[in-house]
Design a protein around this ligand. Structure first.
Ligand code: ATP
Ligand code: MG
Length: 592
C-alpha cells in the first residue's frame, strides 16, 4: 500500500499547540495524527487512525486468544439499567445525561456493566451456559473534571471492556487470571514498562482488583513498590496498625497556653521550649491535626466530616476521595465552620475538659474518623477548643474516641509496606488497564440468576476488565519519541517505511517511484514523500522525523551513482544500498 504525502490528508505543524502539556499530545497534534474538536474530544486523522487500529488489533487478538467473544453495545443508553444499580445518580457530574424528544432520559455510556449483565440475563439461564466472557471495543463518554494531555484523559475515549460470568468464586478466579494474563501479553506487545498494582475497587464495588500502570512521570496515578514485591496504587495502600500502647503512666490531659502557634512547626517549637520532654524532643508526629471537610453526596445532600491525623502528614486528596466515593469532598469553608460554635478555628480538638467536640455523639455531631496510627493508648497534642490553647497528653481510648478510621493520610517514600516487605518507594504511572472481581453486585441488582446443577436458582458472579485503547496510543507515543518527533515501534507504526524523494530532478522522482512500487509489491506499507514544488528536502526530512515511521529511505543525489540510503529512525544508523536491492533490503529490515 502506498500513502502519498502529496495527497495524504495531513499537515504537520512547526509549533507546539498551546494547550499541550505532555510530549505525546504535542507530537500527535504536530505530526498530524489527531485534531482537537472540543476539550477532551479528538478527531483521528488518517495517520492517527492507522496507529489506533493497529493497537486495537493487538488488544482484539489477545482477547480473542483467551476465548472472549466480541460484541458491541450502543453508546447511547436508556436510564433504567443504570437506575437499577444506582449509577445514574452515583456517577454524579461525570455522566453525560440527555433526553430524547419525548423527554425520556438517556446517557452516554461511561462503562457497560449493566448492559452486559442484562444481555446475559436475556439469553442464558443455566450453569451449563457458563462461564462466558464477552467484550467490546467501544467509545465511552465521561465528563471528566479535568480532561488533559490529549488522548490520555479524554471525555470521549475508546475502551476495551470485557465481562466474565461464572457460577461460583472458583470460576471467577479463573476468569480473572485469564484476563490478567491477556493483559500481560497486550502490554508486553505494546512494549510498555508497566507494573501490576493492587487497586481500590472504588465506585464499582467488588473485591479483588488490580491496575496495570505504565511507569511514566506524566502519569496521574501514584503507586508504591517495596523491595519484597508489594505493589499498590497509593489509593489502595493500607497503613500497618500499631499495637495498643499502655497509658497507665500518662498524666491526665492538660490544656496549655500556646500563643502564636499557627502552624504545626511553630507549635512543635513552642512545645520544645515551654514543655520539653525528657525522653526526646517533641516532633510533628506527636501532634494530632484535625481537618474539616464537607462531603457532597450524589443525591445532592452534604455532610460534614472531621479527620484526625498525625501532624507530620497531609491529607492526600486522592486517597481521601477513594475512601469516600461516590461522594465528592471539599475542605470546610470558614463560613461553614462558623455554624459549629464548638469548633474554634486553629484549635480544633476531639475532646477536652469534660467536653466532647468531634464525633457523631459530640457537641458538633460531626462524624470523626482518624488515621489508623491513632490507636488505643497513643498520646497526642491537639487543639483544646479554646483560642490560643492546646491540650497535651490526650490519650486515645481514655480521653477521646473516634467513629472509625480512614486511610486519608499521604503515603511517603520509606513508609513500611503493609505486608512487611520493606520500605516503599513511590513512582508515577498512567493507568492502562484494570481488572476487577465484581462479584454479585450487578447480577443481584439486575436479577441475573441461572439454574445450578441441582435446579436451584443462583446469582451469577462477575468480573470486569478494561483497557484504555485510545489512551494506549498516547502512552505509546510517550515512550517512543525524541526531540525531533515520534518513533513508533514497528508493530503500531502507521507505515513500514517512509520514502523521501529528496530532490526535484525527474530522475530522482522516477527512481523513488520505482522503489516505492517495488516495496509495495513486496507487501510493505509505504509512506511516500513525493511532494514537489516548494517542499525542500530539508522540510521532508524534518517531517519524516516528526511522523516517526521506524525506517526512512532517502532517494536523492545518490541516484546518479545508483544508490539510496536507509535510515533507522530510532538509532539513527544509516546504510547505503544499491537501488536495485533497495526494496528487498527494506523488506528484510522490516522483518528483522
Ligand atoms: P482513571 O483512574 O484514569 O480515571 P478509571 O479507573 O476511571 O481511570 P476504568 O473505569 O478502570 O478507569 O476504565 C478502564 C480503562 O479505561 C482505564 O484503565 C484507562 O486505561 C481507560 N480510561 C479511563 N478513563 C479514561 C479517559 N478519561 N480517557 C482515556 N482513557 C480512559
Ligand atoms: Mg480504573
Amino acid at each position: 500500500m502506498i500513502l502519498r504525502m502529496s495527497s495524504l490528508f495531513v499537515r504537520t505543524l512547526r509549533d507546539d499547540p498551546a494547550d499541550a502539556e505532555v510530549p505525546s499530545h504535542r507530537l500527535l497534534v504536530r505530526a498530524g495524527y489527531i485534531r482537537r474538536t472540543a476539550p477532551g474530544i479528538y478527531t483521528w486523522l488518517p495517520l492517527g487512525l492507522r496507529v489506533y487500529r493497529k493497537i486495537e488489533a493487538i488488544v482484539r487478538e489477545e482477547m480473542d486468544a483467551i476465548g472472549a467473544q466480541e460484541l458491541q453495545f450502543p453508546a447511547l443508553l436508556p436510564r433504567e439499567p443504570y437506575e437499577a444499580t444506582d449509577r445514574w445518580t452515583e456517577y454524579g457530574d461525570t455522566l453525560f445525561r440527555l433526553q430524547d424528544r419525548k423527554g425520556a432520559d438517556y446517557l452516554l455510556g461511561p462503562t457497560h456493566e449493566e448492559l452486559f449483565t442484562l444481555v446475559v440475563k436475556d439469553l442464558y439461564s443455566s450453569y451449563k451456559d457458563l462461564p462466558v466472557w464477552l467484550y467490546q471495543i467501544q467509545t465511552k463518554y465521561r465528563d471528566e473534571a479535568r480532561p488533559r494531555a490529549g488522548l490520555m484523559r479524554g471525555r470521549e475515549f475508546v475502551m476495551k471492556d470485557s465481562y466474565s460470568f461464572d457460577i461460583d468464586d472458583a470460576g471467577l478466579q479463573r476468569s480473572y487470571e485469564a484476563h490478567r494474563a491477556a493483559y500481560i501479553r497486550i502490554f508486553d506487545r505494546l512494549g510498555f514498562d508497566y507494573v501490576i498494582v493492587e487497586a481500590t475497587s472504588g465506585a464499582m464495588g467488588g473485591s479483588r482488583s488490580e491496575e496495570f500502570l505504565a511507569r511514566l512521570d506524566v502519569g496521574e496515578d501514584t503507586f508504591v513498590v517495596s523491595p519484597g514485591g508489594y505493589a499498590a496504587n497509593v489509593e489502595a495502600v493500607t497503613t500497618p496498625v500499631p499495637d495498643p500502647v499502655p497509658f497507665d503512666d500518662v498524666p491526665a490531659a492538660h490544656a496549655e497556653d500556646t500563643p502564636d502557634t499557627p502552624t504545626i512547626a511553630t507549635l512543635v517549637d513552642h512545645l520544645n521550649t515551654a514543655f520539653p520532654r525528657e525522653d526526646r524532643p517533641w516532633q510533628a508526629s506527636d501532634t494530632l491535626k484535625n481537618v474539616l471537610m464537607v462531603l457532597h453526596h450524589p443525591d445532592g445532600t452534604t455532610e460534614p466530616l472531621a479527620i484526625g491525623l498525625p501532624g507530620d502528614r497531609e491529607v492526600d486528596a486522592k486517597r481521601l476521595h477513594a475512601q469516600l466515593e461516590p461522594a465528592e469532598v471539599e475542605p470546610m469553608t470558614d463560613e461553614q465552620l462558623a455554624k459549629f460554635p464548638a469548633l474554634v478555628k486553629g484549635y480544633i480538638g476531639p475532646a477536652h475538659d469534660g467536653r466532647t467536640v468531634l464525633g457523631e455523639e459530640s457537641e458538633s455531631g460531626i462524624r470523626y474518623l482518624v488515621d489508623p496510627r491513632v490507636v488505643e493508648g497513643t498520646r497526642w497534642v491537639t487543639g483544646a477548643n479554646v483560642a490560643g490553647k492546646h491540650v497535651l497528653d490526650l490519650v486515645y481510648g481514655r480521653d477521646f474516641v473516634a467513629d472509625g478510621t480512614i486511610e486519608a493520610a499521604e503515603v511517603r517514600a520509606g513508609d513500611p509496606s503493609p505486608d512487611g516487605s520493606g520500605p516503599m518507594e513511590i513512582a508515577r504511572g498512567v493507568e492502562m488497564g484494570h481488572v476487577f472481581q465484581l462479584g454479585r453486585k450487578y447480577a443481584e441488582a439486575l436479577g441475573l440468576q441461572v439454574l445450578d446443577e441441582n435446579g436451584k436458582l443462583v446469582t451469577v458472579t462477575m468480573g470486569s476488565y478494561g483497557v484504555g485503547v485510545s489512551r494506549a496510543v498516547a502512552v505509546t507515543a510517550e515512550y517512543n519519541h525524541d526531540e525531533s518527533g515520534l518513533r513508533w515501534p514497528r508493530a503500531v507504526a502507521p507505515a513500514d517505511v517512509h520514502v523521501v524523494a529528496a530532490g526535484k530532478d525527474a530522475e530522482i522522482l522516477a527512481a523513488a517511484e520505482r522503489a516505492v512500487e517495488e516495496m509495495s509489491a513486496l507487501g510493505l506499507d509505504v509512506l511516500f514523500d513525493d511532494r514537489t514544488g516548494k517542499v525542500s528536502p530539508g522540510v521532508k526530512f524534518k517531517d519524516a522525523e516528526l511522523i516517526g515511521v521506524p525506517t526512512i529511505v532517502v532517494v536523492g543525489k545518490g541516484v546518479a551513482t545508483g544508490v539510496a540510503e536507509i535510515k533507522d529512525r530510532v538509532t539513527g544508523e544509516r546504510e547505503e544500498v544499491a537501488l536495485g536491492d533497495l526494496a528487498a533490503r527494506v523488506r528484510a529490515v522490516v522483518d528483522a
